[in-house]
Every structure is written in structure tokens, then in C-alpha cells.
Ligand binder design. Structure first.
Ligand code: HEM
Length: 204
């Protein structure tokens, strides 16, 4: 069941190598044209199994990081993760996330369009109360889920390419999340009627 990859650089750090959230934010993530080509080629294969990949990613995410399950109103009380594999809701949610990945892959040649999409997604995750510290886990689980699908087409360079893409998207999501958080703080501090939505996630 385990999947040994090194993570997206967002895994918890040992005390000696601790970096602040700001430092993580400033790390430059560069998507090379070689990486973009590799991602696009591999996506053609992954695409055929997106429903399956979406389910695997979220069931594994909840197994490895149960605290993420608590963010989902519909899943937080589900104890038996095996039952989730056949749930319509997890399939639908997985497909929404995969369709975002699909759009991201399609925008890799126009990064400004990808940037705005991912920042907006981060803003919506502020409303869902899903904080940036968890975003890297999704990329890790995605890589574990697609590796067996790509079989011998999987290479360490392709892994690096997908890791970089998820780092890129996660950073922009973090930016959107932080912006939305700041705006809410500002509007609350001036006594505006705009308030942060209820802590409970009501999106599901
Ligand atoms: C790279 C990381 C992630 C991506 C690309 C992603 C993508 C998405 C997308 C496309 C949606 C559909 C709604 C929308 O477009 O706003 C969504 C919804 C949601 N996500 Fe994420 N997500 C990520 C990480 C996470 C994590 C780690 C959590 C929880 C800890 C989370 C919690 C939620 C919740 C609660 C919803 C709302 C429920 C729903 O509409 O299905 N997300 N996410």
C-alpha cells in the first residue's frame, strides 16, 4: 500500500532543517519546456483513468493524513475508508480535482492563465477551510497513483516534472489562500458586513 516517493518538499521537516512558511513561499519553482512536454505526453495516458486516479488520490490522502478528511463535511465521519472507494461523492470530488489538473496541463504553455486559475482555486480553498500546509500531499498521492498506470513510461525525470508542476500549483494556491485570508481580516477589522463563511465546510 505504501508508496515511496520523497514528497513535494512540503513534508514535515526535522527540527534542524526547519524553514518558515515564508521561506517555502519564496522558493522559485521553474517548469522547463522539457518538463512541460513530458507532463503533456504522460497526461494522454493518465487521462484514460482519471476517475480511478481521483478516487485513489483521495482515499490515500485520507489514509496517510486523516486530518485532511476532517476538512470535508461529507467524509469526516466516514470511518471505513474502503467503503469510500465505491462512494459516488468521492468519485465526483476526485473528478473535479482531476479536471483541474487537466486544465492546468492544457495551460502549461500559457502560464499566466494557469496562474490565475490556481490563485482562484486557493481563494476557494480558504472558503473551504483547507489550508496550504496540506496541498503538497495531493501531489504526492497523485504521483503514487499514476506511476503504476504509466508502467515503464515512468522515469525519475517524469516524476520530477510532475512534482514541479504540483509545487507550482500549490504555491499559487497558497498565494490565493493568503490573499483571501488577508482580505477577510481587513474587512473584519474595518467592521464590514463581509465575514468569513462559517467554519464548517458546507460545499459538499
Ligand atoms: C493540489 C492540491 C489541490 C487541488 C488541485 C484541489 C482541487 C480542488 C478542486 C478543483 C475543487 C473543486 C471546487 C473548486 O473548484 O473550488 C476542490 C474542492 C475542495 N477541496 Fe481541494 N484541492 C487540493 C487540495 C485540497 C486539500 C489538501 C484539501 C483538504 C485538506 C482540499 C479540500 C477541498 C474541499 C473541502 C473542497 C470542497 C468540496 C468540493 O467542492 O468537492 N483540497 N479542490
Amino acid at each position: 500500500m505504501g508508496c515511496a516517493i520523497s514528497g513535494l518538499g512540503l513534508a514535515p521537516k526535522k527540527a534542524t532543517e526547519a524553514v518558515s512558511e515564508e521561506e517555502e513561499e519564496e522558493e522559485e519553482v521553474h517548469l522547463s519546456s522539457e518538463h512541460i512536454t513530458m507532463i503533456k505526453e504522460s497526461w494522454k495516458v493518465i487521462q484514460e483513468d482519471i476517475a480511478k486516479v481521483g478516487i485513489i488520490v483521495f482515499v490515500r490522502l485520507f489514509e496517510t493524513h486523516p486530518e485532511c478528511k476532517d476538512v470535508f463535511f461529507l467524509f469526516r465521519d466516514v470511518e471505513d475508508l474502503e467503503r469510500l472507494r465505491t462512494s459516488k461523492e468521492i468519485r465526483a470530488h476526485g473528478l473535479r480535482v482531476m479536471s483541474f489538473i487537466e486544465k492546468s496541463v492544457a495551460r502549461l504553455d500559457q502560464l499566466d492563465r494557469l496562474d490565475s486559475l490556481a490563485v482562484e482555486l486557493g481563494r476557494s480553498h480558504y472558503r473551504y477551510c483547507a489550508p496550504p500546509k496540506y496541498y503538497g500531499y495531493v501531489g504526492t498521492e497523485f504521483i503514487c497513483a499514476v506511476r503504476p498506470i504509466l508502467k515503464d513510461k515512468w522515469t525519475s525525470e517524469l516524476e520530477k516534472a510532475w512534482k514541479t508542476m504540483f509545487q507550482y500549483v500549490s504555491q499559487l494556491m497558497r498565494q490565493g489562500y493568503n490573499e483571501a485570508e488577508e482580505e477577510t481580516k481587513r474587512s473584519n477589522s474595518v467592521g464590514s458586513s463581509r465575514e468569513r463563511p462559517d467554519k464548517r465546510n458546507t460545499a459538499l
